[in-house]
Design a binder for this molecule. Structure first.
Ligand code: PMP
Length: 434
């Protein structure tokens, strides 16, 4: 295809003249893998079509929300009906109550919830609430975990546990990140040391229980257990960022997976997004009544949003959650996800390429490494050039995975056994040539 017939390229050129990098969220620009991003025209079920008319089997699913696949008829109908009733009222609606009931029914660690419009907003608000509720300033996050782009979270580790973080983005003053301590994921000793040094000042620990922003790295059970104990002992709040894992790895989120190994386990606050909106801008945070009642208008912690609890978004989320709560949904999704990575592992094995993978529910990650990484530096040992070649080979073959080696993948209920088999066949050819 020449430049003048490649509609993706023409659209990208137009976009770059008007929108920084041609995209409205950086990872879409294919900077890590090179090449031209595909401009998507439409999607249905497990497939998306780009501006050149090429079809892709979609394993990004809008970065997680599309757990039912694209354009599920029940969800489309709910959205159409809601849109006819009005787009936004800026006043409370019954559907917000219904969605709150539906979410809390499945995630019992939350007694109350507040709806917002993005994961960034939810994470930022949960941290403000934790600070307001504890009267403390310092927060702990982990290297490689992403919780949205709030100023205090765009931070990398300082030079030791006594020093706090450095901003990873221009425009974030050092004073704003001076309260953020960045630790290595799955490092129990560091966590112990940080609490020994700063325990009385720590408002919260925020973590991804299964870190999808490191592709797929699970918090080890001892690490999660120790984080819970240290928070409880010191009076800090444990915030699980389940924006990606919530309703994706299980109906009860990753916290329900950890509660199997750690009876009674629960976080203090939970942050949700992605699946709960079914593809519409919707996210949430919630926790115990006593903490949530610190929020305005009841309490002193301010938080608000013009479009929060938007009636079309809540219709989309509610219809999605009601579908995925049906018996057997997660068993089938998990089995399909496992069969995908087993097929990919077989293809890598046949090609003699190092490969390892992990899945939980409808979320998966794979690495061109001999063993599963436990933290971000280990994730980055992946051969980037090899991953990029795999990415482009899959894309050319009609298989769309995330354009960066540190992003998780997602299978939807719309993916069929044939889709999985087709994907594995493409991967087989590509891996052989790596
Ligand atoms: N937390 C996690 C774990 C995420 O994966 C993301 C987004 N990928 C966010 C927070 C931020 O969500 P949003 O992009 O909706 O602001």
């Amino acid at each position: 295809m020449t430049h003048s017939t490649d509609r993706n390229q023409l659209l990208f050129d137009r976009a770059k003249a008007l929108i920084p990098g041609g995209v409205n969220s950086p990872v879409r620009a294919f900077r890590a893998v090179g090449g031209t991003p595909r401009f998507i025209e439409r999607a249905q079920g497990a497939y998306m079509w780009d501006a050149n008319g090429q079809r892709f089997i979609d394993y990004i699913g809008s970065w997680g929300p599309m757990i039912l696949g694209h354009g599920h008829p029940v969800v489309v109908q709910a959205v159409q009906e809601a849109a006819l009733e009005g787009f936004s009222f800026g006043a409370p609606t019954e559907r917000e109550v219904e969605l709150a009931e539906e979410i809390l029914r499945h995630v019992p660690s939350m007694e109350m919830i507040r709806l917002v419009s993005s994961g960034t907003e939810a994470g930022m608000s949960a941290i403000r609430l934790a600070r307001g509720a504890t009267g403390r300033s310092k927060i702990i996050k982990f290297n490689g975990c992403y919780h949205g782009h709030a100023d205090s979270l765009l931070v990398k580790a300082g030079s030791g546990l006594a020093t706090f973080g450095h901003a990873t983005s221009a425009g974030v003053p050092p004073e704003v990140v001076q309260h953020t301590l960045v630790l290595e994921y799955n490092d129990v000793a560091q966590l112990d040391e940080a609490f020994a040094l700063h325990g009385q000042d720590i408002a919260c620990v925020i973590m991804e229980p299964i870190a999808g922003n490191m592709n797929f790295v699970r918090a080890s059970v001892p690490f999660m257990q120790r984080a819970r104990e240290l928070c409880t002992q010191s009076g800090a709040l444990l915030i699980l960022d389940e924006v990606m894992t919530g309703f994706r790895v299980a109906l009860g989120g990753a916290q329900s997976v950890y509660a199997r190994a750690l009876p009674g386990f629960k976080p203090d606050l939970t942050v949700l997004g992605k699946v709960i909106g079914g593809g519409m801008p919707l996210a949430a945070f919630g926790g115990p009544r006593a903490v949530m009642e610190q929020l305005a208008p009841l309490g002193p912690v301010y938080q608000a949003g013009t479009l929060s609890g938007n009636p079309v978004a809540t219709a989309c989320g509610l219809a999605t959650l009601r579908e995925i709560a049906k018996p057997g949904f997660y068993d089938a999704l998990a089995a399909r996800t496992r069969s995908l990575v087993e097929g990919l592992a077989g293809a890598a094995d046949a090609a003699g390429v190092p490969f390892c993978a992990d899945t939980e529910g409808g979320m998966f990650g794979f690495f061109l490494l001999p063993a599963l990484p436990q933290n971000y530096p280990e994730v980055l040992k992946t051969d980037g050039a090899r991953f990029n070649a795999l990415f482009h080979g899959l894309l050319d073959g009609g298989v769309y995975i995330a354009p960066a080696l540190y992003e998780a993948g997602f299978v939807s209920a719309a993916h069929t056994d044939q889709d999985i088999a087709d994907t594995v066949a493409v991967a087989h050819d590509v891996l052989k040539k790596l």
